[in-house]
Design a protein around this ligand. Structure first.
Ligand code: B3K
Ligand code: ZN
Length: 879
């Protein structure tokens, strides 16, 4: 397909809309393959607009236009222009009502944007540009309208008919059909519109707001899932309470609804008053969900709920401002989860995501600023940069302003912009105005892509009793941005004395926040009477890479003593990184690998120390992921990387077998299953110990039996999956038996089967690709279901670095075949799957060549979607 069809949109081209919408009344006559949508819309010229073309341009895609009426008069074919992407007419008046009738086919809609069917139920996904697949409309977030929605459907197959707002009418239509009318009093952009119809049951609860209003809470699921909603409901109520307590924000409608559907492109969607969720982010029981699933559900339910204020009441002016709502809402859900669970564990998880994925994105061909300047397909910009780096940007403002002034900034933001569509500049202005802090330079975080590097050197001047810290910042070039201006970076530091006590009395318990603004800057600390150990970037106070020469002794000291729990983990992770990379280097030089005995001693000491926080110990014991370590190599060598990491794992396993066994036994008591931070921490420590015990080469028979016993007796999914995951890494008959057992036990539960697919896809065994290929034909697998695609194909290609990058190139060809297939059915998912191929320049010439050829094969496909085109094209251009 030619480049013109994939036009680039630019932030600088923004124009205010020429027409605004006062109200829209929608009528849906639902039929599986031929749904008729009548949209009656009142338009008025926007007084703010300086454009006076007189043309009304409405977006529309993938539907049949039945008729158009202007103030009741049916327009002739020559009175409007209709193309594959829009409908244009000249209304000739400043205020008018337009009726547009369209016909759509929800069953054929495999892209899962607009109105589609999932398991026989109707649902919608309109963000960012799905509403244009329902009717012709100004599908942009700065056109806010009051919506009234009438749904007509079959009573038998669609007893439940839902849309945004409040139910104002319902009744019978004859012929076995019925209707419901919903009205949303809050003006909203069309991306927040939602409709759900189907055979669903509701789980009900209520929440009383602090001003005393009773809100009806309802979670809709298929009847078979009725018992799996308690955790989601509890999470919702906690989120509602938290938003009142921390931000003073109350819910605004009388009812809040969540619907779970199986086929969904992402996690969930914050439609006003009617959130639609991937069932993966709602359904849970101890038997079928892991601790991570429970935490994930709590976080996503909260995230979507928090959008009601940050996203819905105050929305984005245009899609370049996506981080306005996403970065802020991710920050809010992270803080919520920190308050509900362990703050340090939450921070480590969030930072791992940044380091493993966002840093990688920032160093590849798709690198873009938190507020991008241009895109071909906006769906490609729902990224870890916009979401998670965006959240780090908000977090840095929180650090610079302090909690109290940050809250003042939020209050001012809502006071100024409630009911408006605004920009990231508006948000920062509210923060700056409320606090008096100058955030001018800080705003570069929104406009400059790439991960800044901070080079650190510290010196203790004994005779002056002074410690001096020299910092130098730089940022590598990214596509379209060669030179970068210095960032305003909050750097939290501590200095520890030889007994591990904080020497600074900073604003936060021995922590001082330095503000690095220049390319080079020195900071001086008086009254430092002994040589301190530097604890740098506490809590990961900025999303930067740190270059700091710290000896193993210093890292081991920090691991044992740092008062900042995050930095204890960081020291552990840095220490393991050094040791694994050393092993990899020896393997590359064909030298015999040896494990550093000081490292073993540090790990042993860590295991012997009384663990106050078991979850933290479990995290500190885990070696960095191969995808993270790969980023530390000049030329990635997947084979030696894997072997080196496995060598360290198996050595630790045999050298510390007794310690791991003791930890396992001490933490194996499983009474009634609880999802408290303590219980989760205990399970994760026990299961990390099990994984180490099972990493011994050759496998210890007694341990193998222990592991199989844990699988057979597990009363919860966390323990079952942990054991199964160890077993799937070891070849043999028992592996097949136990996998078969799991499949048979859970055949009827698609979410649990996703785990089964993933475990096989991430196995390091040699025939994994052959197994993954066979699994494509498993009756429980479907290319139409995004969860299955992610669980099997995504897990192999993004989660199995070693086998995916096999030098035969078979993994690359496999992925390319799948992408080409998905391009025709679900372009959004196809484009997501491309990500492991984008970083091809980081590999050796042989692999580079193999990947490049696959990218070229993708670009040669007829009818290539804009989604896939943009990523494949940018990846190749980087070459
Ligand atoms: N806002 C939605 C994401 C929509 C993605 C469209 N490709 C979910 C969320 O971030 O809350
Ligand atoms: Zn969001």
């Amino acid at each position: 397909m030619s480049t013109e069809q994939h036009a680039t949109r630019r932030r600088e081209d923004y124009r205010v809309p020429e027409y605004l919408v006062e109200e829209i009344r929608l009528t849906f006559q639902l039929y599986a393959e031929s749904t008729v949508v009548t949209a009656d819309t009142v338009y008025a010229v926007n007084q703010q607009s300086t454009d006076c073309t007189g043309r009304l341009q409405l977006s529309g895609e993938n539907m049949e236009l039945v008729e158009v009426r202007l103030d009741g008069r049916r327009l002739e074919a020559d009175e409007f222009e209709v193309s594959a992407m829009d409908l244009i007419l000249v209304p000739g008046k400043d205020r008018f009502e337009l009726q547009v009738v369209t016909r759509i086919d929800p069953v054929a809609n495999t892209a899962l944007e607009g109105l589609y069917c999932s398991n026989g139920n109707y649902c919608t996904q309109c963000e960012p540009e799905g509403f244009r697949r329902i009717t012709y409309f100004p599908d942009r977030p700065d056109v806010l309208a009051r919506f009234t929605t009438r749904i007509e459907g079959d009573r038998q197959t669609c007893p439940v008919l839902l849309s945004n707002g409040n139910l104002i009418e319902s009744g019978e239509l004859g012929n076995g059909r019925h209707y419901a009318v919903w009205q949303d009093p809050f003006p909203k952009p069309c991306y927040l519109f939602a409709l759900v119809a189907g055979r669903l049951v509701a789980i009900d609860d209520t929440f009383t707001t602090r001003s005393g209003r009773d809100i009806a809470l309802r979670i809709f699921v298929e009847a078979r899932n009725r018992d799996l909603c308690d955790h989601a409901m509890r999470s919702l109520k906690k989120a509602m309470q938290w938003d009142e307590d921390v931000y003073g924000l109350e819910y605004d409608l009388d009812v809040f609804m969540i619907v779970a559907v199986d086929d969904f492109n992402m996690g969930a969607m914050e439609n006003k008053g009617l959130n639609i969720f991937n069932s993966r982010c709602v359904l849970a029981s101890p038997q079928s969900a892991t601790d991570q699933d429970f935490l994930g559900i709590e976080g996503v339910v909260a995230h979507e709920y928090f959008h009601n204020w940050t996203g819905n009441r105050v929305t984005c002016r245009d899609w370049f401002q996506l981080s306005l709502k996403e970065g802020l809402t991710v920050f809010r859900d992270q803080e919520f989860s920190s308050d509900m669970n362990s703050r340090a564990v939450q921070r480590i998880d969030d930072v791992q995501l940044i380091r493993n994925f966002q840093f990688r994105e920032d160093s590849g061909p798709m690198a873009h600023p938190v507020r991008p300047d241009a895109y071909v397909e906006i769906n490609n910009f729902y990224t870890v940069t916009v979401y998670n780096k965006g959240a780090e940007v908000i977090r840095m403002m929180h650090t610079l302003l302090g909690a109290a002034d940050f809250r003042k900034g939020m209050d001012l933001y809502f006071a100024r912009h409630d009911g408006q569509a605004v920009t990231c500049d508006d948000f920062v202005a509210a923060m700056a105005d409320a606090s008096g802090v100058d955030l001018g330079q800080f705003k570069r975080w929104y406009s400059q892509a790439g991960t800044p590097v901070v080079k650190v050197s510290g010196q203790w001047l004994a005779e002056k009793r002074r410690y001096v810290l020299r910092l130098r910042q730089s940022c590598p070039a990214t596509p379209g941005q060669d030179g970068k201006e210095p960032f305003h970076i909050p750097i939290a530091v501590g200095l520890l004395d030889s007994r591990g006590r904080d020497m600074l009395n900073g604003d936060r318990d021995g922590t001082r926040v330095l503000e690095l603004r220049e390319r080079e800057q020195s900071f001086s600390f008086p009254d430092i009477g002994e040589k301190p150990v530097l604890s740098f970037l506490r809590g990961f106070s900025a999303p930067v890479k740190v270059e700091l020469d710290q000896s193993r002794e210093e890292l081991a000291f920090l691991l044992a003593h740092d008062t900042d729990l995050f930095n204890r983990w960081y020291a552990a992770s840095k220490l393991s990184e050094i040791v694994v990379m050393e092993t990899v280097a020896r393997l590359q030089a064909n030298a015999q690998p040896v494990l550093d005995s000081d490292f073993v001693a540090a790990v042993r000491a860590n295991l012997q120390r009384p663990a106050s926080d078991k979850a933290l110990l479990a995290l500190a014991l885990q070696l960095p992921a191969e995808t993270y370590l790969a980023q530390q190599m000049d030329t990635v060598d997947p084979v030696n990387l894997h072997r080196g990491r496995e060598f360290v794992r198996s050595q630790l396993s045999s050298l510390l077998a007794d310690e791991f066994r003791r930890i396992y036994d001490d933490n194996n008591e499983e009474g009634e299953y609880r999802i408290t931070p303590e219980a989760m921490g205990r399970r994760s420590l026990k299961n990390v110990a099990l994984a180490y015990l099972m990493a011994r080469v050759p496998t210890d028979e007694e341990i193998y039996a222990l592991c199989c016993g844990q699988y057979a007796e597990a009363g919860n999914m966390t323990d079952a999956i942990a054991a199964l995951s160890c077993v799937t890494r070891i070849e043999g008959r028992r592996r097949q038996e136990i996998l078969h057992h799991f499949y048979t036990r859970w055949q009827a539960d698609p979410l649990v089967l996703d785990k089964w697919f993933t475990l096989q896809a991430v196995s390091p065994l040699a025939d994994t690709l052959a197994e993954v290929t066979r699994l494509l034909a498993n009756p429980s697998f479907s290319m139409k279901n995004p969860n299955k695609v992610r669980a099997l194909i995504g897990a192999f290609c993004s989660g199995n670095h070693y086998r995916f990058h096999d030098v035969s190139g078979a993994g690359y060809a496999f992925l390319t075949d799948r992408i080409i297939e998905l391009n025709a059915t679900n372009p959004q998912i196809a484009a997501r799957m491309l990500s492991p191929l984008t970083v091809w320049k980081r590999y050796d010439p042989v692999r580079q060549d193999l990947i490049r050829r696959q990218l070229e094969r993708i670009l040669a496909v007829d009818n290539l979607s804009g989604d896939v085109y943009e990523i494949a094209r940018k990846s190749l251009q980087a070459g």
